[in-house]
Write a protein that binds this ligand. Structure first.
Ligand code: BGC
Length: 758
């Protein structure tokens, strides 16, 4: 019986593989026939990706798109926010061009399309891959209903520098967590079948190392050893490639002195040859012409460099379109190179099903019924609540008891336009839920919510403008700072508890939004101090797109809830957590420094030859004025429940060969509140041929625990988890001692030692 089933299964698999091979063969035959018919101009047109002037995300915008489409000079367009317009343009392309090749329509669908989820840094704090995948699935289904079939997401640039504004768009400081997220996102967008009407093509970005910009200043130089690239910064991009991502965007920064947009080693050797990526590579916004400023050639030369490196599509630069006839004549590039780039783009169009039906993503009925639906918004509310991180909760100030009088104070309390955070291109911010609205509705008749703005976002109007652009403008209150503050104090006088909604504006982080100072804006700090001086309990609800320096706040405010930018339903989600309808379970994916001088600060650092024992120690690796510890460590986050870790054990302490080790720990919820806990497992490779980090995340599980419940959590460890790149960039593990650690965060871990030899 068993044999028969095996035979049937094998036959099915063989049939499936044959079907796949023949599908591939049909596709290649189609694309090759099409290529054979195309003129050089038509091929170059396919490599051109102009931006719509609907929503400009770069320094320049493209002009005359319609005419260019008609002339066959366009392969795709991005950031058009209307299904009707997309349909029109698609029709225009298909009807007016000689070979009727449909256009690709892309968009920065980064954390939701119209239903907006938390910013990616917040999403990563859920540590819940199924939720993350679900958010990408919903984003894909909404975007595809509105004509979009390609998203420039996920962004997986690892960063250890919160000054960098684009920290908000990524998954924090850890390669293992970010790799898991990359995989979940790619699968969420692309599903199992890209040709379905509700799946879209994903584009992992920004390849590579963009998050290591010096000084945290956007677009700045990066420079690091290959061993660090391979071990620490590359894995999330590779994880996306392994998950089948169909496109890759190269980054603005240089690597080893060559900008990514023209870096042959990066694109051709690593991405294509080593990682076997076979989709297409797109530049970032004017990333190719910007190589002129980098200083590696004139306009024509840098375009040639990009193509030779393996970049297939030129975003906004128009150099591929306008220069390559000449370059070809001069023998600087070859026809085969142009053909290859064009072929890759046509293949993606084929896989999206565009040659079967160019309008498959333009269904106005779907657009009217499947976007920003009550169901999607409920999901966004649920997901947002899971992303919040409870940083402090003295004397269980949170959740707030029913029936209390709440003074809701702060410039972010009634700021619905700012709830979605940066990169929410498709959102209608006027439909987002502010905290004032959410809290008032959730509290309902069980309590009372009064409100005062308390201050502007920033004292400096110009700075406030920069931090609240792109539809997130915040009207300024023209009363004096003192008048605003006094009003807040008066409103608070009558309350039982003060909820202070403070922090950054939606565009204080994001692209070109680096900061050199990570404190709360001074005017808000002053407000916070005045609120604390009332003697009432204060809950700080912190809006932020990056780790901030909260040393003073941590020492003085009894409860702090980090809510990032939680998306279109943030107001409800925050209220759910404040009022205890949802128990917070987020954990940080990035360390919060005590001050900016500690940056870069990350948990998986090396030990050095003079590691710190106790601060302060002379002639050890430390600072005179601040300890090496973060304020809040990677993996940290509290809950309304209390969890106890016990019976940590490993299945073996002496292993040889390709075995499986299990590490187990019991986690008990000792409180009266049901909750979720992210149980984390770290490994330290004690001795290596190259130095190894003091700990590295190698496993995590998010578990539900009812009040009083205990669960045994099991981690399986194989030599695969012990592998790293050595000096020869060979990926392998080495015999020796290892520390296995488990705990609720990277700092509070229990340790066991094992020895594992080959
Ligand atoms: C950003 C990318 C984005 C692109 C298109 C660029 O400025 O760096 O992340 O996908 O614009 O909007």
């Amino acid at each position: 019986m068993k044999n028969k089933m095996l035979m049937v299964f094998t036959l099915l698999m063989v049939n499936y593989s044959f079907a796949q091979i023949s599908k591939q063969a049909t596709m290649h035959a189609f694309v090759n026939q099409l290529l054979a018919k195309m003129t050089l101009e038509e091929k170059l047109g396919q490599l051109n990706l102009p931006a719509s002037s609907d929503f400009v995300t770069g320094a320049v915008s493209s002009s005359d798109i319609a005419q260019k489409v008609k002339d066959g000079k366009v392969g795709g367009v991005f950031n058009i926010r209307s299904v009707t317009k997309i349909k029109e343009l698609q029709e225009y392309a298909v009807k007016n061009t000689r070979l009727h090749i449909p256009l690709l329509f892309g968009m920065d669908v980064i954390h939701g399309y119209k239903t907006i989820f938390p910013i990616p840094l917040g999403m990563s704090a859920t540590w819940d891959m199924s939720l993350i995948e679900r958010s990408a699935r919903i984003a894909a289904s909404e975007a595809s209903a509105d004509g979009i079939m390609w998203t420039f997401s996920p962004m997986v640039d690892l960063t250890r520098d919160p000054r960098w504004g684009r920290t908000s768009e990524g998954n924090g400081e850890d390669a293992f967590l970010s790799s898991a997220i990359a995989k979940a996102m790619v699968h969420g967008y692309q599903g199992d079948d890209l040709s379905l009407k509700n799946t879209i093509m994903s584009c992992v970005k920004h390849y590579a190392l963009y998050g290591a910009a010096e000084g945290g200043r956007d677009y700045n130089t990066t420079d690091m050893s290959r061993i660090r690239m391979y071990n620490e910064y590359f894995p999330p991009y590779k994880a996306a490639v392994d998950a089948g991502v169909k496109s890759v965007m190269v980054s603005f920064n240089e690597i080893d002195g060559v900008p990514a947009s023209g870096n042959k080693w990066l694109v051709d050797d690593v991405l294509r040859k080593q990682w076997k990526f076979n989709g297409f590579v797109v530049s970032d916004y004017t990333g190719i012409p910007e190589m002129v400023n980098h200083g590696i050639g004139d306009f024509k030369t840098v375009n040639e460099k990009a193509l030779l490196a393996g970049v297939d599509m030129d975003m906004v630069g128009e150099g591929f379109l306008n220069m390559f006839k000449k370059s070809l004549k001069e023998g600087k590039i070859t026809q085969a190179q142009i053909d290859k780039a064009c072929e890759r783009i046509l293949i993606s169009k084929y896989e999206l099903g565009l040659f079967d039906d160019p309008y498959r993503y333009c269904d106005e009925k779907r657009s009217a019924t499947e976007v920003f639906t009550p169901k999607n918004r409920m999901d966004a509310r649920e997901i947002a609540a899971q992303s919040f991180v409870l940083l402090k909760n003295n004397n269980n100030l949170l959740p707030l008891a029913k029936g209390k009088k709440i003074a809701l104070v702060g410039p972010l309390a009634n700021a619905k336009e700012n709830m979605t955070g940066t990169w929410s291109v498709g959102a209608d911010n006027s439909k987002s839920i502010s905290l004032l609205q959410g809290l008032t509705e959730v509290v309902g008749s069980y309590g009372k919510v009064s409100y005062a703005a308390g201050s502007n976002l920033e004292d400096d109007a110009e700075l406030q403008k920069r931090e609240t652009m792109f539809g997130k403008e915040m009207a300024r209150d023209n009363r004096t700072a003192e008048q605003l503050l006094q009003e807040a104090v008066t409103v608070s006088a009558d309350a039982d508890v003060i909820v202070a909604a403070l922090g950054e504006g939606a565009e204080s982080s994001g692209e070109s939004a680096s900061r050199s100072n990570l404190d709360l804006p001074a005017v808000q700090q002053k407000l916070l101090k005045a609120l604390l001086a009332t003697g009432k309990p204060v809950v700080l609800v912190l809006f932020n797109g990056r780790p901030l320096t909260l040393t003073w706040e941590d020492a003085n405010v009894p409860a702090i809830l980090d809510v990032w930018f939680g998306g279109s339903e943030a107001g409800y989600a925050i209220a759910d957590v404040l009022m205890g309808k949802v128990n917070p379970s987020g954990k940080l994916s990035m360390s919060f420094p005590q001050n900016v001088g500690q940056i870069p600060l990350y948990y998986n650092h090396k030990n050095t030859g003079r590691p710190l024992g106790k601060w302060f120690s002379k002639f050890q690796s430390n600072y005179l004025d601040v300890s090496n510890e973060p304020l809040y460590s990677f993996g940290y986050g509290l809950s309304y429940s209390k969890f106890e870790y016990s019976h940590f054990a490993v299945s073996d302490t002496l292993l040889k060969g390709n075995k499986k080790l299990t590490a187990t720990v019991e986690v008990k919820n000792t409180s009266n509140t049901a909750g979720k806990e992210v149980v984390q497992m770290y490994i330290r490779d004690v001795v290596g041929s190259v130095t190894r980090p003091v700990e590295e995340l190698k496993g995590f599980q998010k578990i539900d625990l009812a009040s009083g419940e205990t669960k045994k959590v099991i981690f399986e460890i194989t030599p695969e988890l012990l592998k790293f790149y050595n000096t020869d960039l060979k990926y392998d593990w080495e015999s020796g001692d290892f520390q296995i650690m488990v705990g609720p965060n990277s700092r509070e871990v229990q340790k066991l030692k094992i020895n594992w030899t080959k």
